[in-house]
Design a protein around this ligand. Structure first.
Ligand SMILES: [Zn+2]
Length: 693
């Protein structure tokens, strides 16, 4: 049934006009590790030094031998033979360099083997651990460097009940940052690393944010620097922030139940924590660049998986990913289509990565679909696993290496954009975060080519590069952003806004009149009294022409079925990853607002997802197809596609590539205006179609 509905809705998009100049997000990337642009196939090895295995306890009596084996030439050779190009291993876990030096020297020896074998080395450095028992012995001043809670107690890195020896160092403290730089310097100059992995790149959720002296002083200085005295008065009602503190909590008001964050000091504290982490990372990036700009930088900070990362972890991808080339997402949701219609996927994480020219590392070896999804949306392998690799991974790595030319340099061709508004989602994840997820689910499952935008990208907004901008309940928008959107729509851009979009400014102060009501046929504000729309007529999409552009207002994205109960911190786990009940309205609205056909349309079952990329210099567009239900539906049969080529061109050939057969299959096609129209022969799990001109 879903197949038919999806097919009908999508037919409206057609595939007429070509997009000569798609929105290419300007890369503010710090240009480290340029070799990553040629793709990444990383695998280990183990990232744990033996000393940590011992301190953690419960290890096998064989642990020392295992530690040695995991960094042996035998393992490195085996991985290389399986197609791995970067070997991942331990370097620094947080005991202090003096305590860890024998094992750090092991890494130097391992790196020499790795380089002799002609591959690269990826070294593990712990960002957020100070194992004080040894660290204080080496550096007594470090007793001032770790994070403390509001009661002055050390904040620990939590792993079960048993790792209370892991204090969290504080990144408001320059002395600790300077210490960590010594580790980085060792990695560059002694190990001669090619790739630095910072693990545990995250702070703790409230109430466990740091209240140390450096944080309190740093926070107040930040406010003084960020705002003039007059602005501070507007922000807080007073100018002098000498006694402003990080948030405090009590038993009746636990942070995990705070739904909408309006307290200016709380909002600024979130901002401060995110900025502190980004600033510390920038210092590392600057150091690495000064020593060897060929080294790539990676952080393990997580992906876009429904939790409020700035609030919970002090991690804002818009500030971090311009500094990195790669990041880890350790969430372990297996990609699949569930019987209730939820498509579980990592696609939104890959999309955010692509917006910042980053590669994602994730556990692709969990299933063939995960590997296929990774090739389709990550456009490279990322993390292949640990030795020995699974048979599926080996097969896909071989395929990727053989067909690499179709992945390297490919740009996402995505005329539809979703804004993930930082203040909207950070201050109200339960609503704005959910709406963003619902919109993304709709686009993924309707096979509409889209990209994810962050606030900073709005200044580059133009109808020549973005056909439709979607604002999923983007309630907090600044006056500047509203002005940029007005200009964009007036010039011919399409806009789809939902729910309480533009009800507030960027501080979540309620606007007297919703900020886009001149552009959209918008609502009357009833902030924070929202209910799911209960009558179909009240929730009809409202279309409007504004200047040369088109807008649609959707009063509510309705949750399909019973909304799952709230999680602590209003985290939106996979149980929330569902298209809204009125998703066909959303798809229709996008099609209308676009004003012209999108470059691709695909009629395929619900268990198929697609990604469209382009290699303009090689004059080809590539459509990747992934099966999310291989076990129950082991064939993606006869998928009908219309794919536009640039105006005035004719497709020269259409070919299908897949790890499931040896040589490319030539596909018959016909041209309809600028569109190549064809049917894809059956595929089991994954393949891509190349339309060349
Ligand atoms: Zn602190």
């Amino acid at each position: 049934m879903g197949t038919v509905v999806g097919g009908i809705a999508l037919a409206k998009f057609g595939a007429g006009a070509a997009f000569a100049d798609v929105l290419r997000v300007k890369s503010s990337n710090t240009s480290l590790g340029a070799w990553i642009n040629n793709g990444l196939i990383d695998a280990g090895g183990s990232h744990e030094p033996y000393s940590f295995v011992v301190r953690r306890g419960g290890q096998s009596l064989n642990a020392r031998r295992e530690y040695e084996y995991q960094q042996s030439e035998e393992v490195i050779r085996q991985l290389k033979d399986q197609g791995v190009e970067v070997f991942h291993t331990h370097l620094y876990k947080g005991f202090g360099m003096a305590a860890e030096m024998p094992e750090m020297e092991d890494t130097v020896r391992v790196a020499a083997i790795v380089h002799r074998l002609g591959i690269k080395i990826d070294t593990y450095i712990q960002w957020e651990t100070m194992m004080y028992e040894t660290f204080f012995v080496e550096e007594p001043r470090a007793q001032e460097w770790y994070q403390v809670d509001a009661f002055g107690q050390p904040i620990m890195l939590e792993y079960g009940y048993q790792q209370s020896f892991r204090y969290l160092p504080c990144f408001s403290n320059q002395e600790y940052i300077d210490y960590l730089k010594k580790v980085v310097r060792y990695a560059v100059t002694e190990v001669k690393t090619d790739f630095i992995h910072f693990d545990n790149f995250a702070l703790s959720a409230e109430p466990y944010s740091c209240h140390c002296r450096a944080c309190k002083t740093g926070f107040r200085n930040y406010l003084r620097k960020k705002y003039s005295a007059e602005q501070r008065k507007e922000r807080f009602g007073f100018e002098n922030v000498d006694y402003v503190n990080p948030p405090r909590w009590n038993a009746d008001n636990p942070p995990e139940k705070l739904r909408v964050i309006v307290d200016p000091a709380f909002q600024e504290w979130i901002d401060y924590r995110c900025q502190m982490m980004a600033d510390a990372l920038r210092q590392m990036a600057d150091l690495v660049r000064s020593l060897n700009p060929d080294i790539a930088l990676e952080i393990n900070y997580g992906g876009i998986v429904g939790y409020n990362s700035p609030w919970l972890r002090g991690a804002d991808h818009a500030r971090l990913l311009p500094l990195t080339q790669v990041f880890w997402d350790e969430s372990d949701s297996k990609p699949e289509l569930l019987p209730d219609g939820r498509l579980i996927t990592s696609i939104r994480t890959y999309k955010v990565a692509r917006a910042y020219r980053n590669v994602v590392l994730t556990y692709i070896s969990v299933s063939e679909t995960a590997i296929a999804e990774c090739l389709a949306f990550n456009q490279t392998v990322g993390f292949a696993g640990v030795s020995p690799l699974t048979a599926d991974v080996v097969k896909y790595v071989a395929f990727y290496r053989k067909q690499r030319d179709f992945y390297v340099g490919a740009e996402d061709l995505a005329p539809v954009a979703v804004l993930r508004s930082y203040p909207s989602i950070t201050y109200n994840n339960a609503s704005a975060g959910l709406r963003a997820i619902q919109v993304e689910q709709t686009l993924i499952q309707a096979k509409v080519p889209f990209r994810i935008l962050c606030d900073e990208h709005l200044s580059e907004l133009s109808p020549t590069t973005c056909k439709v901008l979607i604002l999923p309940d983007a309630e907090c928008l600044s006056d500047e952003q509203l002005a940029a959107m007005r200009k964009y729509v007036a010039a011919g851009g399409g806009l789809v806004a939902t729910d309480q979009t533009a009800f507030c400014d960027e501080w979540h102060r309620v606007r007297v009149e919703p900020g886009l009501n001149d552009v959209i046929d918008g609502p009357v504000p009833e902030i924070h009294s929202r209910t799911e729309a209960n009558s179909a007529s009240a929730n009809q999409p409202r279309r409007k022409q504004y200047g040369s552009g088109r807008t649609v207002y959707l009063p509510a994205l309705e949750f399909d079925g019973i909304r799952p109960p709230d999680e602590p911190y209003f985290t939106l786990g996979p149980e929330f990853w569902k298209r809204p009940k009125n998703w066909p309205d959303l798809v229709d609205s996008i099609a209308w607002a676009a004003g012209e056909k999108l470059p691709v349309s695909i009629t395929a079952p619900d268990f198929v997802a697609m990604n469209l990329v382009e290699q303009s210099k090689k004059r080809r567009r590539i459509i990747h197809l992934v099966n999310y239900d291989i076990e129950k539906n082991p064939s993606m049969g006869n998928i009908a596609i219309r794919c536009a080529v640039p105006v005035g061109r004719f497709a020269a050939a259409v070919r299908l590539y897949s790890p499931e057969f040896e040589d490319a299959k030539v596909i018959d096609f016909r041209m309809q205006n600028s569109d190549a129209v064809f049917t894809v022969p059956p595929l089991r799990a994954y393949g891509f179609v190349v339309v060349g001109w």
